[in-house]
Design a protein around this ligand. Sequence first.
Ligand code: SF4
Length: 442
Amino acid sequence: MKYLIRTYGCQMNVHESEKLAGILESMNYSPCTSASEADIVIFNTCAIRESAEQKTFAHIGELKKLKAQKPSMLIAICGCMSQQNGYAELIKKKFPYVDIILGTHNISDLKELIEKRLATKKKVVAITESEDISGRDNMPKCRTSGLNAWVNIMYGCNNFCTYCIVPYVRGREVSRPACEIEKEVHELVEAGYKQITLLGQNVNSYKGPDGEGEIGFADLLKRLDKIEGDFWLTFMTSHPKDISNELIDTMASSTHIMHYLHLPVQSGSDRVLSLMNRRYTTAAYLEKIAYARKKIPDIEFSSDIIVGFPTETEQDFLDTLSLVKKVKYEQLFMFIYSKRGGTVAEKLDGQVDIATKKERLRRLIAAQEEIGTSVAEKYVGKTLTVLVNDVHPKKKGYMLGTTYFNKNVNFVGDRSLIGKKVKVEIQSSKLTVLTGKIVEEL
Ligand code: SF4
Protein backbone atom coordinates (compact mmCIF):
# COMPACT_ATOMS: atom_id res chain seq x y z
CA MET A 1 0.00 0.00 0.00
CA LYS A 2 1.38 3.39 -0.98
CA TYR A 3 0.73 6.94 0.22
CA LEU A 4 1.30 10.41 -1.15
CA ILE A 5 1.03 13.55 1.02
CA ARG A 6 0.84 16.98 -0.58
CA THR A 7 1.76 19.67 1.93
CA TYR A 8 0.88 23.35 1.57
CA GLY A 9 1.84 26.26 3.83
CA CYS A 10 4.04 26.66 6.87
CA GLN A 11 6.45 24.55 8.95
CA MET A 12 3.58 23.59 11.24
CA ASN A 13 2.00 21.78 8.27
CA VAL A 14 5.33 20.27 7.23
CA HIS A 15 5.64 18.75 10.70
CA GLU A 16 2.01 17.62 10.74
CA SER A 17 2.63 15.83 7.44
CA GLU A 18 5.53 14.03 9.17
CA LYS A 19 3.00 12.87 11.77
CA LEU A 20 0.49 11.79 9.11
CA ALA A 21 3.26 9.85 7.36
CA GLY A 22 4.21 8.23 10.68
CA ILE A 23 0.64 7.03 11.21
CA LEU A 24 0.42 5.71 7.64
CA GLU A 25 3.75 3.87 7.90
CA SER A 26 2.58 2.28 11.16
CA MET A 27 -0.32 0.93 9.04
CA ASN A 28 2.17 -0.54 6.54
CA TYR A 29 1.78 2.13 3.88
CA SER A 30 5.01 3.23 2.19
CA PRO A 31 5.67 6.56 0.45
CA CYS A 32 5.41 7.12 -3.30
CA THR A 33 5.88 10.14 -5.52
CA SER A 34 2.85 10.16 -7.80
CA ALA A 35 -0.89 9.94 -7.27
CA SER A 36 -1.20 7.23 -9.93
CA GLU A 37 0.80 4.83 -7.71
CA ALA A 38 -0.93 5.85 -4.45
CA ASP A 39 -3.57 3.97 -2.46
CA ILE A 40 -4.19 7.10 -0.42
CA VAL A 41 -3.52 10.75 -1.30
CA ILE A 42 -3.66 13.32 1.52
CA PHE A 43 -3.86 17.07 0.91
CA ASN A 44 -2.54 18.85 4.01
CA THR A 45 -3.92 22.29 3.25
CA CYS A 46 -3.22 25.94 4.11
CA ALA A 47 -5.81 28.69 4.49
CA ILE A 48 -3.59 31.71 5.02
CA ARG A 49 -4.22 33.16 1.55
CA GLU A 50 -7.08 32.65 -0.85
CA SER A 51 -4.56 31.97 -3.62
CA ALA A 52 -3.22 28.95 -1.65
CA GLU A 53 -6.78 27.70 -1.36
CA GLN A 54 -7.44 28.04 -5.10
CA LYS A 55 -4.23 26.16 -5.87
CA THR A 56 -5.25 23.31 -3.55
CA PHE A 57 -8.75 23.15 -5.06
CA ALA A 58 -7.17 22.87 -8.51
CA HIS A 59 -4.91 20.01 -7.34
CA ILE A 60 -7.83 18.14 -5.74
CA GLY A 61 -9.79 18.65 -8.98
CA GLU A 62 -6.97 17.04 -10.96
CA LEU A 63 -7.61 13.73 -9.15
CA LYS A 64 -11.22 13.40 -10.30
CA LYS A 65 -10.33 11.38 -13.39
CA LEU A 66 -7.86 9.15 -11.57
CA LYS A 67 -10.38 8.42 -8.81
CA ALA A 68 -12.95 7.39 -11.44
CA GLN A 69 -10.41 4.95 -12.93
CA LYS A 70 -9.22 3.74 -9.50
CA PRO A 71 -12.13 4.01 -7.01
CA SER A 72 -10.19 2.13 -4.31
CA MET A 73 -7.73 5.05 -4.02
CA LEU A 74 -8.63 7.09 -0.93
CA ILE A 75 -8.48 10.89 -1.01
CA ALA A 76 -8.25 12.77 2.29
CA ILE A 77 -8.24 16.53 2.93
CA CYS A 78 -6.88 17.89 6.20
CA GLY A 79 -5.26 21.04 7.60
CA CYS A 80 -6.38 24.64 8.03
CA MET A 81 -8.63 24.79 4.96
CA SER A 82 -10.82 21.89 6.03
CA GLN A 83 -11.10 23.27 9.59
CA GLN A 84 -12.64 26.56 8.37
CA ASN A 85 -16.27 27.14 9.08
CA GLY A 86 -18.43 25.60 6.34
CA TYR A 87 -15.50 24.19 4.35
CA ALA A 88 -16.24 20.51 5.05
CA GLU A 89 -19.63 21.04 3.37
CA LEU A 90 -18.03 23.01 0.55
CA ILE A 91 -15.44 20.27 -0.09
CA LYS A 92 -18.14 17.57 -0.04
CA LYS A 93 -20.15 19.48 -2.60
CA LYS A 94 -17.29 20.55 -4.85
CA PHE A 95 -15.40 17.25 -4.71
CA PRO A 96 -17.91 14.43 -4.04
CA TYR A 97 -15.17 11.85 -4.67
CA VAL A 98 -13.17 12.92 -1.57
CA ASP A 99 -13.33 10.12 1.05
CA ILE A 100 -12.09 11.67 4.30
CA ILE A 101 -12.12 15.25 5.61
CA LEU A 102 -10.33 15.94 8.88
CA GLY A 103 -9.57 19.12 10.79
CA THR A 104 -6.42 20.47 12.44
CA HIS A 105 -7.44 18.92 15.77
CA ASN A 106 -8.00 15.45 14.27
CA ILE A 107 -4.63 14.55 12.74
CA SER A 108 -4.00 11.84 15.34
CA ASP A 109 -7.32 10.16 14.40
CA LEU A 110 -6.17 9.36 10.85
CA LYS A 111 -5.84 5.60 11.38
CA GLU A 112 -9.37 5.26 12.84
CA LEU A 113 -10.81 7.44 10.06
CA ILE A 114 -9.22 5.34 7.32
CA GLU A 115 -10.47 2.16 8.99
CA LYS A 116 -13.94 3.61 9.31
CA ARG A 117 -13.97 4.64 5.65
CA LEU A 118 -12.84 1.19 4.53
CA ALA A 119 -15.35 -0.61 6.79
CA THR A 120 -18.41 1.52 6.06
CA LYS A 121 -17.63 2.67 2.48
CA LYS A 122 -19.13 5.98 3.57
CA LYS A 123 -17.53 9.41 3.45
CA VAL A 124 -15.93 10.28 6.82
CA VAL A 125 -15.80 13.82 8.24
CA ALA A 126 -14.02 14.64 11.52
CA ILE A 127 -13.80 18.33 12.35
CA THR A 128 -13.72 18.88 16.08
CA GLU A 129 -12.19 21.49 18.37
CA SER A 130 -10.50 20.43 21.54
CA GLU A 131 -8.07 21.87 24.05
CA ASP A 132 -6.94 18.36 24.92
CA ILE A 133 -3.64 18.08 23.06
CA SER A 134 -2.44 14.95 24.86
CA GLY A 135 -2.69 12.74 21.75
CA ARG A 136 -1.23 15.18 19.24
CA ASP A 137 2.42 14.23 19.57
CA ASN A 138 2.60 10.64 20.65
CA MET A 139 2.44 9.05 17.22
CA PRO A 140 5.49 7.89 15.24
CA LYS A 141 6.86 10.62 12.95
CA CYS A 142 8.57 10.23 9.58
CA ARG A 143 10.91 13.18 9.72
CA THR A 144 11.80 14.70 6.37
CA SER A 145 13.96 17.73 7.17
CA GLY A 146 17.42 16.16 7.19
CA LEU A 147 19.39 17.04 10.30
CA ASN A 148 16.64 19.35 11.55
CA ALA A 149 13.79 18.04 13.70
CA TRP A 150 10.63 20.06 14.32
CA VAL A 151 9.11 19.87 17.81
CA ASN A 152 5.68 21.32 18.59
CA ILE A 153 5.70 23.08 21.95
CA MET A 154 2.22 24.59 21.68
CA TYR A 155 -0.85 24.75 19.48
CA GLY A 156 -3.24 27.55 18.55
CA CYS A 157 -3.10 31.32 18.80
CA ASN A 158 -4.85 33.94 20.96
CA ASN A 159 -3.74 37.02 19.08
CA PHE A 160 -6.32 37.63 16.37
CA CYS A 161 -4.18 39.80 14.10
CA THR A 162 -6.87 41.27 11.88
CA TYR A 163 -5.49 39.81 8.61
CA CYS A 164 -5.01 36.28 9.91
CA ILE A 165 -7.26 33.22 9.81
CA VAL A 166 -5.06 31.05 12.06
CA PRO A 167 -6.87 31.66 15.40
CA TYR A 168 -10.12 30.58 13.73
CA VAL A 169 -8.70 27.33 12.38
CA ARG A 170 -6.14 26.36 15.01
CA GLY A 171 -8.09 27.31 18.15
CA ARG A 172 -6.79 28.90 21.37
CA GLU A 173 -3.25 28.52 22.69
CA VAL A 174 -2.50 25.30 24.53
CA SER A 175 1.05 24.40 25.59
CA ARG A 176 2.57 20.94 25.85
CA PRO A 177 3.93 19.88 29.24
CA ALA A 178 7.58 20.88 29.64
CA CYS A 179 8.70 17.35 30.58
CA GLU A 180 7.20 15.91 27.36
CA ILE A 181 9.06 18.46 25.23
CA GLU A 182 12.26 17.85 27.15
CA LYS A 183 11.93 14.09 26.61
CA GLU A 184 11.29 14.49 22.87
CA VAL A 185 14.27 16.84 22.41
CA HIS A 186 16.47 14.52 24.42
CA GLU A 187 15.49 11.55 22.24
CA LEU A 188 16.04 13.53 19.03
CA VAL A 189 19.53 14.60 20.13
CA GLU A 190 20.33 10.98 21.07
CA ALA A 191 19.06 9.92 17.63
CA GLY A 192 21.59 12.26 16.00
CA TYR A 193 19.51 15.29 14.97
CA LYS A 194 21.76 18.34 14.94
CA GLN A 195 19.20 21.11 14.89
CA ILE A 196 16.00 21.22 16.91
CA THR A 197 13.37 23.79 15.90
CA LEU A 198 10.63 24.44 18.45
CA LEU A 199 7.32 25.26 16.80
CA GLY A 200 4.32 27.32 17.83
CA GLN A 201 2.27 30.16 16.34
CA ASN A 202 3.65 32.36 19.11
CA VAL A 203 6.31 30.49 21.07
CA ASN A 204 6.89 33.47 23.38
CA SER A 205 3.55 32.94 25.06
CA TYR A 206 4.35 29.30 25.88
CA LYS A 207 3.07 28.45 29.37
CA GLY A 208 3.39 24.74 29.85
CA PRO A 209 2.42 22.54 32.76
CA ASP A 210 5.44 21.61 34.85
CA GLY A 211 4.92 19.49 37.98
CA GLU A 212 2.42 21.33 40.16
CA GLY A 213 2.88 24.65 38.37
CA GLU A 214 3.77 25.96 34.94
CA ILE A 215 6.80 27.47 33.20
CA GLY A 216 7.26 30.12 30.53
CA PHE A 217 9.27 30.04 27.31
CA ALA A 218 12.57 31.39 28.69
CA ASP A 219 12.56 28.74 31.44
CA LEU A 220 11.71 26.02 28.91
CA LEU A 221 14.70 27.11 26.81
CA LYS A 222 16.96 27.05 29.89
CA ARG A 223 15.85 23.47 30.55
CA LEU A 224 16.40 22.36 26.95
CA ASP A 225 19.77 24.10 26.81
CA LYS A 226 20.97 21.83 29.63
CA ILE A 227 20.49 18.72 27.48
CA GLU A 228 23.91 17.34 26.68
CA GLY A 229 24.94 16.75 23.09
CA ASP A 230 26.04 18.40 19.89
CA PHE A 231 22.97 20.30 18.65
CA TRP A 232 21.65 23.75 17.85
CA LEU A 233 18.31 24.91 19.19
CA THR A 234 16.06 27.45 17.53
CA PHE A 235 12.38 28.39 17.51
CA MET A 236 9.60 29.99 15.53
CA THR A 237 7.47 32.07 15.46
CA SER A 238 8.06 34.91 17.91
CA HIS A 239 5.50 37.66 18.41
CA PRO A 240 7.32 40.96 19.04
CA LYS A 241 4.87 42.00 21.76
CA ASP A 242 5.75 38.93 23.85
CA ILE A 243 9.49 38.65 23.42
CA SER A 244 11.07 39.45 26.78
CA ASN A 245 14.50 40.63 27.89
CA GLU A 246 14.67 37.45 29.94
CA LEU A 247 14.37 35.43 26.73
CA ILE A 248 17.17 37.43 25.07
CA ASP A 249 19.33 37.00 28.19
CA THR A 250 18.66 33.25 28.03
CA MET A 251 19.72 33.16 24.38
CA ALA A 252 22.85 35.19 25.19
CA SER A 253 24.01 32.85 27.95
CA SER A 254 23.04 29.55 26.31
CA THR A 255 25.25 26.86 24.83
CA HIS A 256 22.91 25.56 22.13
CA ILE A 257 20.54 28.37 21.08
CA MET A 258 21.23 29.80 17.62
CA HIS A 259 21.98 33.50 17.28
CA TYR A 260 19.07 34.04 14.98
CA LEU A 261 15.62 35.48 15.56
CA HIS A 262 12.68 35.57 13.19
CA LEU A 263 10.70 38.54 14.50
CA PRO A 264 7.82 39.42 12.14
CA VAL A 265 7.22 43.16 12.24
CA GLN A 266 4.60 43.23 9.41
CA SER A 267 4.66 47.04 9.02
CA GLY A 268 6.78 50.05 9.97
CA SER A 269 3.76 52.28 10.55
CA ASP A 270 2.26 52.46 14.05
CA ARG A 271 -1.12 53.34 12.57
CA VAL A 272 -1.11 50.24 10.38
CA LEU A 273 0.22 48.06 13.22
CA SER A 274 -2.70 49.20 15.34
CA LEU A 275 -5.17 48.35 12.54
CA MET A 276 -3.50 44.96 12.28
CA ASN A 277 -4.03 44.50 16.06
CA ARG A 278 -0.36 43.70 16.52
CA ARG A 279 -0.20 45.45 19.91
CA TYR A 280 3.35 46.87 19.70
CA THR A 281 4.77 50.07 18.31
CA THR A 282 7.75 50.40 16.00
CA ALA A 283 9.64 52.12 18.86
CA ALA A 284 9.03 49.14 21.17
CA TYR A 285 10.04 46.75 18.37
CA LEU A 286 13.27 48.63 17.68
CA GLU A 287 14.07 48.67 21.41
CA LYS A 288 13.85 44.88 21.48
CA ILE A 289 16.11 44.61 18.45
CA ALA A 290 18.62 46.99 20.10
CA TYR A 291 18.54 45.02 23.37
CA ALA A 292 19.14 41.75 21.52
CA ARG A 293 22.05 43.27 19.56
CA LYS A 294 23.58 44.60 22.77
CA LYS A 295 23.39 41.20 24.49
CA ILE A 296 24.18 39.06 21.42
CA PRO A 297 26.37 41.17 19.11
CA ASP A 298 26.48 38.56 16.32
CA ILE A 299 22.71 37.92 16.20
CA GLU A 300 20.91 38.16 12.84
CA PHE A 301 17.23 38.89 12.29
CA SER A 302 14.64 37.97 9.72
CA SER A 303 11.10 39.24 9.46
CA ASP A 304 7.78 39.19 7.59
CA ILE A 305 6.28 42.30 5.98
CA ILE A 306 2.83 42.76 4.49
CA VAL A 307 2.57 45.58 1.94
CA GLY A 308 -0.71 47.18 0.94
CA PHE A 309 -2.68 46.48 4.12
CA PRO A 310 -6.04 48.32 3.92
CA THR A 311 -5.60 52.13 4.20
CA GLU A 312 -1.77 51.90 3.90
CA THR A 313 -0.62 55.27 2.56
CA GLU A 314 2.61 56.13 0.77
CA GLN A 315 3.87 57.58 4.08
CA ASP A 316 3.02 54.34 5.94
CA PHE A 317 4.97 52.43 3.32
CA LEU A 318 7.92 54.83 3.58
CA ASP A 319 7.89 54.20 7.35
CA THR A 320 8.14 50.47 6.60
CA LEU A 321 11.08 51.06 4.26
CA SER A 322 12.74 53.19 6.89
CA LEU A 323 12.32 50.50 9.59
CA VAL A 324 13.72 47.83 7.27
CA LYS A 325 16.76 50.02 6.60
CA LYS A 326 17.25 50.63 10.34
CA VAL A 327 17.08 46.96 11.36
CA LYS A 328 19.10 45.57 8.42
CA TYR A 329 17.47 42.17 8.27
CA GLU A 330 19.50 39.25 7.04
CA GLN A 331 16.36 37.95 5.35
CA LEU A 332 12.90 39.32 4.73
CA PHE A 333 9.74 37.48 3.70
CA MET A 334 7.60 40.01 1.82
CA PHE A 335 3.93 39.60 0.96
CA ILE A 336 1.23 41.57 -0.77
CA TYR A 337 -1.86 41.88 1.44
CA SER A 338 -4.69 39.83 0.01
CA LYS A 339 -8.19 39.64 1.45
CA ARG A 340 -8.84 36.60 3.59
CA GLY A 341 -12.50 35.69 4.06
CA GLY A 342 -13.57 35.48 7.71
CA THR A 343 -11.03 38.02 9.01
CA VAL A 344 -11.59 41.56 10.33
CA ALA A 345 -9.31 43.18 7.74
CA GLU A 346 -11.41 41.80 4.91
CA LYS A 347 -14.18 44.21 5.89
CA LEU A 348 -11.98 47.30 6.34
CA ASP A 349 -12.57 50.24 4.01
CA GLY A 350 -9.61 51.57 2.07
CA GLN A 351 -8.40 48.44 0.29
CA VAL A 352 -5.24 49.36 -1.65
CA ASP A 353 -5.32 48.77 -5.40
CA ILE A 354 -3.22 45.94 -6.78
CA ALA A 355 -0.96 48.14 -8.94
CA THR A 356 0.08 50.17 -5.88
CA LYS A 357 0.65 47.00 -3.86
CA LYS A 358 2.86 45.54 -6.58
CA GLU A 359 4.82 48.74 -6.95
CA ARG A 360 5.45 48.92 -3.17
CA LEU A 361 6.47 45.28 -3.08
CA ARG A 362 8.94 45.90 -5.90
CA ARG A 363 10.50 48.83 -4.00
CA LEU A 364 10.69 46.81 -0.79
CA ILE A 365 12.35 43.87 -2.57
CA ALA A 366 14.89 46.23 -4.15
CA ALA A 367 15.69 47.79 -0.75
CA GLN A 368 16.05 44.40 0.93
CA GLU A 369 18.30 43.11 -1.87
CA GLU A 370 20.70 45.92 -1.13
CA ILE A 371 20.49 45.45 2.64
CA GLY A 372 20.72 41.63 2.54
CA THR A 373 23.70 41.81 0.18
CA SER A 374 25.58 44.19 2.47
CA VAL A 375 24.72 42.07 5.54
CA ALA A 376 26.18 39.01 3.74
CA GLU A 377 29.29 40.94 2.59
CA LYS A 378 30.39 41.64 6.15
CA TYR A 379 31.17 37.93 6.57
CA VAL A 380 33.70 37.82 3.73
CA GLY A 381 37.13 37.11 5.25
CA LYS A 382 35.63 35.77 8.49
CA THR A 383 35.77 32.16 9.69
CA LEU A 384 32.39 30.75 10.71
CA THR A 385 31.21 27.56 12.37
CA VAL A 386 29.00 25.69 9.90
CA LEU A 387 26.81 22.62 10.32
CA VAL A 388 27.16 20.45 7.18
CA ASN A 389 23.64 19.57 6.06
CA ASP A 390 23.86 17.91 2.67
CA VAL A 391 25.45 17.62 -0.74
CA HIS A 392 24.83 20.75 -2.83
CA PRO A 393 21.97 19.85 -5.19
CA LYS A 394 23.41 21.83 -8.13
CA LYS A 395 27.14 22.53 -7.62
CA LYS A 396 29.18 19.38 -8.22
CA GLY A 397 31.73 18.72 -5.47
CA TYR A 398 30.16 21.26 -3.12
CA MET A 399 28.40 20.79 0.21
CA LEU A 400 25.67 22.88 1.82
CA GLY A 401 25.74 23.98 5.42
CA THR A 402 24.15 26.46 7.84
CA THR A 403 25.74 28.92 10.23
CA TYR A 404 24.59 29.46 13.83
CA PHE A 405 22.74 32.54 12.51
CA ASN A 406 20.88 30.49 9.88
CA LYS A 407 22.76 31.51 6.74
CA ASN A 408 23.43 29.01 3.97
CA VAL A 409 27.08 28.33 3.15
CA ASN A 410 28.60 26.47 0.16
CA PHE A 411 32.03 24.91 0.28
CA VAL A 412 34.00 22.12 -1.37
CA GLY A 413 33.69 18.82 0.50
CA ASP A 414 32.18 15.37 0.44
CA ARG A 415 29.26 13.58 2.01
CA SER A 416 31.39 12.13 4.83
CA LEU A 417 31.08 15.59 6.41
CA ILE A 418 27.26 15.49 6.68
CA GLY A 419 26.21 16.05 10.30
CA LYS A 420 29.62 17.41 11.34
CA LYS A 421 30.55 20.97 12.20
CA VAL A 422 33.37 22.63 10.30
CA LYS A 423 35.08 26.01 10.31
CA VAL A 424 34.66 27.72 6.95
CA GLU A 425 36.60 30.79 5.85
CA ILE A 426 34.17 32.89 3.80
CA GLN A 427 35.55 33.99 0.44
CA SER A 428 32.54 35.49 -1.30
CA SER A 429 28.92 36.36 -0.62
CA LYS A 430 25.60 36.73 -2.34
CA LEU A 431 22.24 37.83 -0.99
CA THR A 432 21.21 34.37 0.17
CA VAL A 433 24.42 32.41 0.38
CA LEU A 434 28.04 32.57 1.47
CA THR A 435 30.82 30.60 -0.22
CA GLY A 436 34.07 29.59 1.42
CA LYS A 437 36.62 26.88 2.13
CA ILE A 438 36.94 24.53 5.07
CA VAL A 439 39.82 25.44 7.33
CA GLU A 440 39.08 23.02 10.18
CA GLU A 441 36.87 20.03 10.99
CA LEU A 442 35.43 20.21 14.50
S1 SF4 B 1 0.18 35.88 15.99
FE1 SF4 B 1 -1.17 36.92 14.52
S2 SF4 B 1 -0.26 36.38 12.52
FE2 SF4 B 1 0.56 34.90 14.00
S3 SF4 B 1 -0.84 33.16 13.92
FE3 SF4 B 1 -1.57 34.48 15.57
S4 SF4 B 1 -3.11 35.80 14.62
FE4 SF4 B 1 -1.91 34.88 12.94
